[in-house]
Structure formats: C-alpha cells, structure tokens
Design a protein around this ligand. Structure first.
Ligand SMILES: Nc1ncnc2c1ncn2[C@@H]1O[C@H](COP(=O)(O)OP(=O)(O)OP(=O)(O)O)[C@@H](O)[C@H]1O
Ligand SMILES: CC(C)(CO)[C@@H](O)C(=O)[O-]
Ligand code: BAL
Length: 293
C-alpha cells in the first residue's frame, strides 16, 4: 500500500467518519433523508469529556443518525488568549466517540464557516444582557451565529445542548423560536466530576492545585442555595460565598446571582425561587456553573 493509499484507507475506515466540507455534509445528509432517517446534531468545540458524551448518548437514543460538530468558533471568544489556549484534541476526540457509533464528525475549518466577506450576525437581545452576556461582550452573538449555521448546514431534526451552559441553552431556544428554525432543541443535565466540579474542556488547563480547589465553586453555590431556601437574603449569602471563594484560591468572581424564569425565559426546571448562576476565575481559567434553588 502506498502512503497515499494508506491515508485514503485510514480516512475511509475512520469511526466516526470525518467530514470537513459543507458539500460533503449535505451529500451525506441527503442520502440519510432518502431513507427517512431522523437526524440529531451535537454541537461542540471538541476536547470531549463525559459531559459531551452524555449529549451524544441522548442523541443516539432519539435519532437514527448522529452528527457531532467540532469547531472552535473564533467569533464567540472575547479574549484572544482564551482562543489560542483552547484545547484542540481531534484525534482523541475521535477515539472517545468511536464506541458510540456516531455517524459523522463534522469538523470544518474557519474559512469554510467564515468565508471572505462574511457579514451576518445573529443577535438575541434581552436575555444576553445579563450573566455571561454582560461579562463576555459579543460572546452570544458569536454563539447564535455559528449555531444557526450549524443547524442550517446539518438540517438536523434535533439538537442537543448541556445545561452547564444554561444561558447559552436559553439563547439557542429563543433564536430557534424567533427564526422558525425547523429543529427541536433538547437540554441535557450537567455532568459532574466526583467532587462536584462541572465537567468542562477548560478544566484541562487547571494546575493540580487549582483543580483541587475548583470544586469550591459548586460547594459554595450549594451552601448559598441552602441559605436561600432557609430564607436568607441574596446579598448577604453572596458576600459570604464570595469571601470564601477568594480565600479558597479563586481570584475573581464575575457573578454569583439568583435569576428567575422572567430573566432567562426558561423552559427548564426552575423549582422554588429560580436558579443560581456563577462564573469565577481560578488559575487564569473562567469556570461557570448553575443549579436550581
Ligand atoms: N459538564 C457538562 N454536562 C453536560 N453538558 C455539557 C457539559 N460540559 C459541556 N457540555 C455541553 O457540551 C456542548 C459543547 O460544549 P463545549 O464544547 O463548549 O464544552 P465545554 O466543556 O462547555 O467547554 P468550555 O466550557 O471549556 O468551553 C454544550 O452544549 C455544553 O453545554
Ligand atoms: C454551542 C457551541 C458549540 C457553539 O460554538 C459552543 O458554544 C459550545 O461548545 O458550547
Ligand atoms: N461552552 C461554552 C462556550 C464558550 O465558553 O465559549
């Protein structure tokens, strides 16, 4: 076998099949449509972990064909060094997807998604003014634009998103309704490490020490949620939680906020008062989390 044959062979035998061009994706989807297949899409930025794989499992359960997308979307990074240091691990991502019999890993390059002259933005107003929207200018415009493209490109029937990025899930639901996109958006629960830390690709960047301290975020959020349920005031409980986080290795708290359905137009579970949202920095990494109260 020549080296060229080997490359072609490896590519064909790859599980999942990797597709990089929109033309090839559309050809594949058209074949599936002829067979009446229900198609699911799981948008990701790669560096896959069990949180992503829970979305893949849900998609495999509901759909006949599953596309996982892998695209580190420059438009949603408000911080260039965050984009540069975002983990890129396509080979090991494929290995992690292999046991799930995902049909396609769609991994376009930046020119494919944003060709020269690209000039359109999808922007959801109101609910992007708070929480991560307030702290990451332009972030949700980048998310809404790329997710709209991924929905249109994949032509999927269902799309799967994690509640870990709860505000993102609400933004995607809103734009899907507002633009009449013919796709059902499914939210899946947050998957956590044994110590409670929400799984996240950015956790890989934490030093061992910071990784040990990072679960302090969910610990303080749970303590604050208990205090709220017991009738405590948000401001007092927040002050205590923030002070504890700063003592435990966190360097900055972007927000630690209770929000209700009226703020986020939630369809998800909102037991009692609402939901507690947090974003905080440790070891140069920004962690986010949310829990029902
Ligand atoms: N712990 C988790 N549990 C459930 N879903 C998750 C979890 N982490 C990420 N997801 C979901 O996976 C999808 C892709 O997310 P993404 O690729 O940004 O990974 P990530 O771990 O959130 O990375 P980061 O937060 O560092 O960008 C999103 O819908 C996200 O909500
Ligand atoms: C939805 C998404 C893949 C869009 O780039 C990203 O924001 C993410 O991974 O959560
Ligand atoms: N997981 C949300 C994508 C981001 O932080 O850019």
């Amino acid at each position: 076998m020549t080296r060229q044959d080997q490359i072609v062979f490896d590519h064909a035998a790859r599980n999942p099949q990797i597709i990089r061009s929109l033309r090839d994706l559309r050809t594949k989807v058209a074949e599936w449509r002829k067979d009446g297949a229900r198609i699911g899409v799981v948008p990701t930025m790669g560096a896959l972990h069990d949180g992503h794989l829970s979305l893949v499992k849900a998609a495999k359960h509901d759909c006949d064909r599953v596309i996982v997308t892998l695209f580190v979307n420059p438009a949603q990074f408000n911080n260039p060094s965050d984009l540069d240091s975002y983990p890129r691990t396509e080979d090991s991502d494929c290995d992690k997807l292999a046991p799930f019999a995902v049909d396609v890993l769609y991994a376009p390059d930046v020119d494919q998604m944003y060709p020269t002259g690209f000039a359109t933005t999808v922007s959801v107003s109101g609910l992007t003014d708070v929480l991560c929207g307030a702290h990451r200018p332009g972030h949700f415009d980048g998310v809404a634009t790329i997710v709209t493209k991924l929905f249109m490109q994949s032509g999927a029937d269902k799309a799967y998103f994690g509640e870990k990025d709860f505000q993102q899930l609400q933004v995607v639901r809103r734009m899907t309704r507002d633009l009449d996109l013919p796709i059902e958006v499914i939210g899946c629960p947050t998957v956590r490490e044994r110590d409670g830390l929400a799984m996240s690709s950015r956790n890989e960047r934490l030093s061992d020490t910071a990784r040990g301290q990072a679960a302090g975020l969910i610990r303080e959020m749970r303590r604050m949620a208990e205090g709220l349920r017991a009738g405590g005031g948000v401001a007092d409980l927040r002050a205590v939680a923030e002070a504890q986080l700063l003592q435990d290795g966190f360097t900055e708290v972007d927000y630690l906020d209770l929000r209700g359905a009226e703020d986020l137009e939630c369809q998800e579970r909102l037991s009692g008062e609402g939901r507690l949202f947090a974003a905080a920095w440790i070891d140069g990494v920004r962690l986010i989390d949310n829990i029902p109260v």
